[in-house]
Write a protein that binds this ligand. Sequence first.
Ligand code: SF4
Length: 389
Amino acid sequence: MPAVQVFEDHSPSTETARPQPAWLAAEPAALILQPTSLCNLDCTYCYLPARKLKRDMSPTVAEAIASGIPDTWPSDGVLEVVWHGGEPLTIGVTAMRELLAPFEQVRRAGRIMHVIQTNATLISDAWCDLFDEYDVSIGLSIDGPPDMTGNRVDWRGEPAFDRIVAGISKLEQRDIPFTVIAVVDTANAGRARELLDFLASLGCPFVGINMEEKEGANKHDGTPTIDQARGFWRETFIWSQGNRQLKVREVEHLLEYLALPPAARAARVLVDPIPTIGWNGDTVLLSPELLGARSEKYHDFVAGNVLTDPLPTIIGRAAELRYVQEFRAGIERCIATCEFFAHCQGAYAGNRFFEHGNFLATETEHCRTSVQAVVLALHDIHSERSIAV
Ligand code: SF4
Protein backbone atom coordinates (compact mmCIF):
# COMPACT_ATOMS: atom_id res chain seq x y z
CA MET A 1 0.00 0.00 0.00
CA PRO A 2 1.23 3.53 -0.59
CA ALA A 3 2.79 5.26 2.42
CA VAL A 4 0.36 8.14 2.11
CA GLN A 5 -3.21 7.78 0.97
CA VAL A 6 -5.56 10.65 0.38
CA PHE A 7 -8.63 10.72 2.57
CA GLU A 8 -11.29 9.08 0.48
CA ASP A 9 -13.51 6.01 0.52
CA HIS A 10 -11.89 2.86 -0.89
CA SER A 11 -14.76 0.69 0.27
CA PRO A 12 -15.11 -2.68 -1.41
CA SER A 13 -18.63 -3.47 -2.56
CA THR A 14 -18.39 -7.26 -2.47
CA GLU A 15 -20.97 -9.49 -0.85
CA THR A 16 -18.56 -10.45 1.90
CA ALA A 17 -17.56 -6.94 2.96
CA ARG A 18 -19.75 -4.14 4.23
CA PRO A 19 -19.09 -0.56 3.20
CA GLN A 20 -16.13 0.92 5.08
CA PRO A 21 -16.22 4.18 6.97
CA ALA A 22 -14.17 6.67 5.00
CA TRP A 23 -11.46 6.94 7.63
CA LEU A 24 -10.46 3.26 7.78
CA ALA A 25 -8.59 1.44 5.00
CA ALA A 26 -10.43 -1.65 3.71
CA GLU A 27 -7.09 -3.28 2.97
CA PRO A 28 -4.29 -3.62 5.52
CA ALA A 29 -0.58 -3.17 4.78
CA ALA A 30 0.24 -6.14 7.02
CA LEU A 31 -1.33 -9.04 8.87
CA ILE A 32 0.02 -9.72 12.35
CA LEU A 33 -0.14 -13.43 13.24
CA GLN A 34 0.43 -15.15 16.58
CA PRO A 35 1.85 -18.62 15.85
CA THR A 36 2.11 -19.23 19.60
CA SER A 37 1.35 -17.41 22.82
CA LEU A 38 4.48 -18.81 24.51
CA CYS A 39 7.73 -16.92 25.05
CA ASN A 40 10.98 -18.36 26.38
CA LEU A 41 11.91 -14.96 27.82
CA ASP A 42 10.32 -12.80 30.51
CA CYS A 43 11.45 -9.28 29.58
CA THR A 44 10.62 -6.85 32.34
CA TYR A 45 8.73 -4.48 30.02
CA CYS A 46 6.74 -7.14 28.11
CA TYR A 47 3.04 -6.37 27.49
CA LEU A 48 1.90 -9.95 26.67
CA PRO A 49 -0.33 -11.36 29.44
CA ALA A 50 -0.26 -15.06 28.39
CA ARG A 51 3.39 -15.48 27.46
CA LYS A 52 3.92 -18.37 29.89
CA LEU A 53 1.17 -20.44 28.24
CA LYS A 54 1.82 -22.65 25.22
CA ARG A 55 -1.09 -22.26 22.84
CA ASP A 56 -0.05 -22.88 19.26
CA MET A 57 -1.78 -21.94 16.03
CA SER A 58 -3.02 -24.98 14.09
CA PRO A 59 -2.47 -25.48 10.36
CA THR A 60 -6.28 -25.20 10.02
CA VAL A 61 -6.17 -21.60 11.26
CA ALA A 62 -3.21 -20.82 8.97
CA GLU A 63 -5.13 -22.30 6.02
CA ALA A 64 -8.16 -20.16 6.86
CA ILE A 65 -6.01 -17.01 6.98
CA ALA A 66 -4.23 -17.81 3.69
CA SER A 67 -7.43 -18.74 1.85
CA GLY A 68 -9.17 -15.64 3.28
CA ILE A 69 -6.73 -13.24 1.58
CA PRO A 70 -8.81 -11.80 -1.28
CA ASP A 71 -7.49 -12.01 -4.84
CA THR A 72 -7.57 -8.20 -4.92
CA TRP A 73 -4.95 -7.91 -2.11
CA PRO A 74 -2.53 -6.32 -2.26
CA SER A 75 -3.75 -3.55 -4.54
CA ASP A 76 -0.23 -2.11 -4.40
CA GLY A 77 3.12 -3.52 -3.25
CA VAL A 78 3.36 -6.66 -1.14
CA LEU A 79 1.26 -7.68 1.85
CA GLU A 80 3.46 -8.36 4.89
CA VAL A 81 2.57 -11.44 6.94
CA VAL A 82 4.25 -10.75 10.27
CA TRP A 83 4.70 -13.72 12.62
CA HIS A 84 4.82 -12.23 16.08
CA GLY A 85 4.35 -13.94 19.39
CA GLY A 86 4.94 -14.91 22.12
CA GLU A 87 8.24 -15.92 20.64
CA PRO A 88 7.46 -17.44 17.23
CA LEU A 89 10.50 -19.73 17.25
CA THR A 90 9.30 -21.61 20.36
CA ILE A 91 6.78 -23.37 18.11
CA GLY A 92 9.58 -25.34 16.46
CA VAL A 93 10.75 -25.61 12.85
CA THR A 94 8.42 -28.47 11.85
CA ALA A 95 5.28 -26.77 13.16
CA MET A 96 6.30 -23.46 11.56
CA ARG A 97 6.69 -25.16 8.17
CA GLU A 98 3.11 -26.43 8.54
CA LEU A 99 1.90 -22.88 9.19
CA LEU A 100 3.83 -21.42 6.25
CA ALA A 101 2.76 -24.10 3.73
CA PRO A 102 -0.79 -22.74 3.10
CA PHE A 103 0.68 -19.36 2.10
CA GLU A 104 3.00 -20.78 -0.57
CA GLN A 105 0.75 -20.10 -3.52
CA VAL A 106 0.33 -16.40 -2.67
CA ARG A 107 3.99 -16.06 -1.65
CA ARG A 108 5.26 -17.59 -4.87
CA ALA A 109 2.96 -15.24 -6.78
CA GLY A 110 4.83 -12.35 -5.09
CA ARG A 111 1.71 -11.10 -3.29
CA ILE A 112 2.91 -11.63 0.28
CA MET A 113 6.20 -11.72 2.14
CA HIS A 114 6.83 -13.33 5.51
CA VAL A 115 8.40 -11.45 8.41
CA ILE A 116 9.32 -13.14 11.69
CA GLN A 117 9.80 -10.90 14.72
CA THR A 118 11.99 -12.88 17.10
CA ASN A 119 14.03 -12.45 20.27
CA ALA A 120 16.83 -14.27 18.34
CA THR A 121 17.78 -16.60 21.21
CA LEU A 122 16.60 -19.78 19.45
CA ILE A 123 18.03 -19.14 15.96
CA SER A 124 19.76 -22.29 14.69
CA ASP A 125 20.92 -23.67 11.33
CA ALA A 126 17.55 -25.43 10.96
CA TRP A 127 15.76 -22.09 11.42
CA CYS A 128 18.15 -20.40 8.95
CA ASP A 129 17.26 -23.12 6.40
CA LEU A 130 13.58 -22.25 6.87
CA PHE A 131 14.30 -18.48 6.60
CA ASP A 132 16.12 -19.11 3.29
CA GLU A 133 13.50 -21.48 1.91
CA TYR A 134 10.56 -19.14 2.55
CA ASP A 135 12.51 -15.91 1.99
CA VAL A 136 11.61 -14.69 5.48
CA SER A 137 12.62 -11.19 6.59
CA ILE A 138 13.94 -11.20 10.14
CA GLY A 139 13.27 -8.54 12.74
CA LEU A 140 14.90 -9.09 16.12
CA SER A 141 14.98 -7.39 19.48
CA ILE A 142 18.07 -6.11 21.28
CA ASP A 143 18.42 -2.90 23.29
CA GLY A 144 22.17 -2.24 23.03
CA PRO A 145 25.34 -3.55 24.74
CA PRO A 146 24.91 -5.97 27.70
CA ASP A 147 23.97 -3.43 30.37
CA MET A 148 21.52 -1.66 28.07
CA THR A 149 19.85 -5.00 27.23
CA GLY A 150 19.44 -5.84 30.93
CA ASN A 151 15.61 -5.85 30.75
CA ARG A 152 15.70 -8.85 28.41
CA VAL A 153 15.88 -11.84 30.77
CA ASP A 154 14.64 -15.44 30.82
CA TRP A 155 12.13 -16.94 33.25
CA ARG A 156 14.92 -17.48 35.82
CA GLY A 157 15.88 -13.82 35.56
CA GLU A 158 19.12 -14.63 33.72
CA PRO A 159 20.27 -12.10 31.08
CA ALA A 160 19.48 -13.16 27.52
CA PHE A 161 22.16 -10.97 25.89
CA ASP A 162 24.68 -13.74 25.08
CA ARG A 163 21.95 -15.92 23.54
CA ILE A 164 20.68 -13.00 21.45
CA VAL A 165 24.18 -12.27 20.14
CA ALA A 166 24.70 -15.99 19.38
CA GLY A 167 21.52 -15.90 17.29
CA ILE A 168 22.72 -12.78 15.46
CA SER A 169 26.09 -14.47 14.78
CA LYS A 170 24.25 -17.42 13.26
CA LEU A 171 22.38 -15.06 10.92
CA GLU A 172 25.67 -13.40 9.97
CA GLN A 173 27.33 -16.77 9.26
CA ARG A 174 24.45 -17.63 6.97
CA ASP A 175 24.40 -14.19 5.35
CA ILE A 176 20.78 -13.57 6.41
CA PRO A 177 19.99 -9.86 6.86
CA PHE A 178 18.01 -8.60 9.83
CA THR A 179 16.53 -5.43 11.24
CA VAL A 180 16.22 -4.50 14.92
CA ILE A 181 13.60 -3.20 17.33
CA ALA A 182 15.29 -1.58 20.34
CA VAL A 183 13.40 -0.53 23.46
CA VAL A 184 14.66 2.64 25.16
CA ASP A 185 13.79 3.25 28.80
CA THR A 186 14.65 6.05 31.23
CA ALA A 187 17.98 4.44 32.10
CA ASN A 188 19.10 4.32 28.45
CA ALA A 189 17.57 7.51 27.09
CA GLY A 190 20.86 9.41 27.52
CA ARG A 191 22.85 6.81 25.57
CA ALA A 192 21.64 7.16 21.98
CA ARG A 193 25.10 7.22 20.39
CA GLU A 194 26.19 4.10 22.29
CA LEU A 195 23.09 2.25 21.17
CA LEU A 196 23.46 3.28 17.54
CA ASP A 197 27.22 2.58 17.43
CA PHE A 198 26.53 -0.88 18.87
CA LEU A 199 23.78 -1.68 16.35
CA ALA A 200 25.95 -0.44 13.47
CA SER A 201 28.77 -2.72 14.67
CA LEU A 202 26.35 -5.68 14.39
CA GLY A 203 25.77 -4.86 10.70
CA CYS A 204 22.17 -3.85 11.33
CA PRO A 205 20.88 -1.58 8.49
CA PHE A 206 17.57 -0.49 10.07
CA VAL A 207 16.31 0.00 13.62
CA GLY A 208 12.92 0.96 14.99
CA ILE A 209 13.11 2.64 18.39
CA ASN A 210 10.30 1.78 20.80
CA MET A 211 10.31 4.17 23.72
CA GLU A 212 9.09 2.11 26.67
CA GLU A 213 5.34 2.54 27.22
CA LYS A 214 2.75 1.34 29.69
CA GLU A 215 0.90 -1.31 27.71
CA GLY A 216 -0.84 -4.57 28.48
CA ALA A 217 0.92 -6.57 31.18
CA ASN A 218 3.97 -4.27 31.34
CA LYS A 219 4.52 -3.42 35.03
CA HIS A 220 8.04 -1.98 34.55
CA ASP A 221 8.08 1.78 35.10
CA GLY A 222 10.66 2.97 32.61
CA THR A 223 8.94 5.42 30.28
CA PRO A 224 11.28 8.31 29.42
CA THR A 225 10.02 11.85 29.96
CA ILE A 226 9.44 14.01 26.90
CA ASP A 227 12.65 15.92 27.69
CA GLN A 228 14.67 12.71 27.96
CA ALA A 229 13.16 11.51 24.70
CA ARG A 230 13.85 14.87 23.05
CA GLY A 231 17.52 14.59 24.04
CA PHE A 232 17.62 11.02 22.71
CA TRP A 233 16.20 12.06 19.34
CA ARG A 234 18.49 15.09 19.14
CA GLU A 235 21.53 12.80 19.51
CA THR A 236 19.99 10.34 17.05
CA PHE A 237 19.49 12.98 14.35
CA ILE A 238 23.08 14.18 14.77
CA TRP A 239 24.43 10.60 14.71
CA SER A 240 22.32 9.75 11.66
CA GLN A 241 23.76 12.62 9.64
CA GLY A 242 27.21 11.05 9.75
CA ASN A 243 26.16 7.39 9.72
CA ARG A 244 23.80 6.60 6.87
CA GLN A 245 24.62 2.85 6.94
CA LEU A 246 22.09 2.44 9.80
CA LYS A 247 18.72 4.05 9.28
CA VAL A 248 16.48 4.87 12.23
CA ARG A 249 12.76 4.38 11.54
CA GLU A 250 11.53 7.51 13.31
CA VAL A 251 14.17 9.73 11.67
CA GLU A 252 13.37 8.32 8.23
CA HIS A 253 9.63 8.74 8.74
CA LEU A 254 9.98 12.39 9.68
CA LEU A 255 12.40 13.16 6.84
CA GLU A 256 10.12 11.38 4.34
CA TYR A 257 7.19 13.40 5.65
CA LEU A 258 9.07 16.70 5.36
CA ALA A 259 10.11 15.83 1.79
CA LEU A 260 6.46 15.55 0.67
CA PRO A 261 4.85 18.36 -1.30
CA PRO A 262 2.73 20.60 1.00
CA ALA A 263 -0.63 19.16 -0.16
CA ALA A 264 0.48 15.60 0.60
CA ARG A 265 1.82 16.70 4.00
CA ALA A 266 -1.59 18.08 4.88
CA ALA A 267 -3.52 15.04 3.58
CA ARG A 268 -5.21 12.70 6.01
CA VAL A 269 -4.12 9.08 5.80
CA LEU A 270 -6.56 6.20 6.01
CA VAL A 271 -6.08 4.34 9.28
CA ASP A 272 -4.67 0.84 8.79
CA PRO A 273 -6.98 -1.75 10.44
CA ILE A 274 -3.87 -3.83 11.40
CA PRO A 275 -5.71 -7.18 11.70
CA THR A 276 -3.98 -9.19 14.41
CA ILE A 277 -4.89 -12.87 14.39
CA GLY A 278 -4.36 -14.97 17.50
CA TRP A 279 -3.36 -18.64 17.72
CA ASN A 280 -7.07 -19.67 17.68
CA GLY A 281 -8.12 -17.39 14.80
CA ASP A 282 -9.59 -14.62 16.95
CA THR A 283 -8.91 -11.28 15.27
CA VAL A 284 -8.59 -7.84 16.83
CA LEU A 285 -8.21 -4.55 14.95
CA LEU A 286 -6.16 -1.36 15.25
CA SER A 287 -3.46 -2.54 17.71
CA PRO A 288 -1.70 -5.92 18.20
CA GLU A 289 -1.50 -5.15 21.93
CA LEU A 290 -5.31 -5.53 22.20
CA LEU A 291 -5.06 -9.26 21.45
CA GLY A 292 -5.60 -11.10 24.73
CA ALA A 293 -6.61 -7.92 26.60
CA ARG A 294 -10.04 -7.70 28.27
CA SER A 295 -12.15 -4.86 29.51
CA GLU A 296 -15.60 -4.58 31.03
CA LYS A 297 -16.45 -1.86 28.56
CA TYR A 298 -14.97 -3.35 25.39
CA HIS A 299 -14.95 -7.07 26.30
CA ASP A 300 -12.22 -8.96 24.39
CA PHE A 301 -11.80 -6.57 21.43
CA VAL A 302 -12.38 -9.51 19.05
CA ALA A 303 -13.90 -8.43 15.74
CA GLY A 304 -14.32 -11.97 14.40
CA ASN A 305 -12.61 -15.31 13.85
CA VAL A 306 -10.95 -16.33 10.58
CA LEU A 307 -12.36 -19.87 10.93
CA THR A 308 -15.85 -18.51 10.31
CA ASP A 309 -15.35 -15.23 8.43
CA PRO A 310 -12.96 -14.02 5.73
CA LEU A 311 -10.73 -11.10 6.70
CA PRO A 312 -12.55 -8.47 4.56
CA THR A 313 -15.77 -9.34 6.39
CA ILE A 314 -14.08 -8.96 9.77
CA ILE A 315 -12.58 -5.60 8.78
CA GLY A 316 -15.96 -4.60 7.34
CA ARG A 317 -17.49 -5.03 10.81
CA ALA A 318 -15.09 -2.53 12.34
CA ALA A 319 -17.62 0.31 12.38
CA GLU A 320 -19.91 -1.76 14.66
CA LEU A 321 -17.29 -2.09 17.38
CA ARG A 322 -17.43 0.35 20.26
CA TYR A 323 -13.64 0.67 20.57
CA VAL A 324 -13.28 1.38 16.86
CA GLN A 325 -16.03 4.01 16.98
CA GLU A 326 -14.34 5.67 19.95
CA PHE A 327 -10.94 5.58 18.26
CA ARG A 328 -12.41 7.36 15.27
CA ALA A 329 -13.83 10.04 17.58
CA GLY A 330 -10.45 10.26 19.35
CA ILE A 331 -8.73 10.94 16.04
CA GLU A 332 -11.21 13.73 15.32
CA ARG A 333 -10.26 15.23 18.68
CA CYS A 334 -6.56 14.98 17.76
CA ILE A 335 -7.30 16.84 14.53
CA ALA A 336 -9.07 19.58 16.44
CA THR A 337 -6.48 19.99 19.19
CA CYS A 338 -3.01 18.76 18.23
CA GLU A 339 -0.47 20.63 16.12
CA PHE A 340 1.40 17.37 15.43
CA PHE A 341 -1.52 15.58 13.77
CA ALA A 342 -0.43 15.93 10.14
CA HIS A 343 2.76 13.94 10.83
CA CYS A 344 1.30 11.69 13.53
CA GLN A 345 -2.12 10.84 12.05
CA GLY A 346 -3.36 9.80 15.48
CA ALA A 347 -0.86 7.05 16.40
CA TYR A 348 -2.00 3.80 18.00
CA ALA A 349 -5.27 2.77 19.59
CA GLY A 350 -3.59 0.48 22.15
CA ASN A 351 -1.68 3.33 23.79
CA ARG A 352 -4.91 5.25 24.40
CA PHE A 353 -6.62 2.26 25.97
CA PHE A 354 -3.77 1.10 28.21
CA GLU A 355 -3.01 4.61 29.46
CA HIS A 356 -6.47 6.15 29.67
CA GLY A 357 -8.88 3.19 29.70
CA ASN A 358 -10.65 4.50 26.60
CA PHE A 359 -10.04 5.39 22.96
CA LEU A 360 -11.34 8.96 23.09
CA ALA A 361 -8.23 10.27 24.81
CA THR A 362 -5.69 12.06 22.65
CA GLU A 363 -2.20 12.49 24.10
CA THR A 364 -0.30 9.42 25.26
CA GLU A 365 3.24 8.62 26.33
CA HIS A 366 3.81 7.23 22.85
CA CYS A 367 2.90 10.49 21.17
CA ARG A 368 4.96 12.54 23.59
CA THR A 369 8.12 10.42 23.37
CA SER A 370 7.95 9.01 19.82
CA VAL A 371 6.12 11.65 17.78
CA GLN A 372 6.25 15.06 19.45
CA ALA A 373 9.77 14.66 20.88
CA VAL A 374 11.14 13.63 17.44
CA VAL A 375 9.74 16.76 15.78
CA LEU A 376 10.88 18.99 18.66
CA ALA A 377 14.40 17.51 18.57
CA LEU A 378 14.78 18.32 14.88
CA HIS A 379 13.47 21.80 15.60
CA ASP A 380 16.07 22.15 18.41
CA ILE A 381 18.89 21.27 16.01
CA HIS A 382 17.70 23.76 13.40
CA SER A 383 17.36 26.50 16.04
CA GLU A 384 20.87 25.84 17.40
CA ARG A 385 22.34 25.93 13.88
CA SER A 386 20.60 29.14 12.89
CA ILE A 387 21.86 30.79 16.10
CA ALA A 388 25.41 29.55 15.36
CA VAL A 389 25.20 31.00 11.81
S1 SF4 B 1 0.68 13.46 18.83
FE1 SF4 B 1 -0.88 12.46 20.18
S2 SF4 B 1 -2.42 14.03 20.51
FE2 SF4 B 1 -1.19 14.64 18.69
S3 SF4 B 1 -2.22 13.75 16.88
FE3 SF4 B 1 -0.74 12.26 17.59
S4 SF4 B 1 -1.91 10.90 18.95
FE4 SF4 B 1 -3.11 12.79 18.76
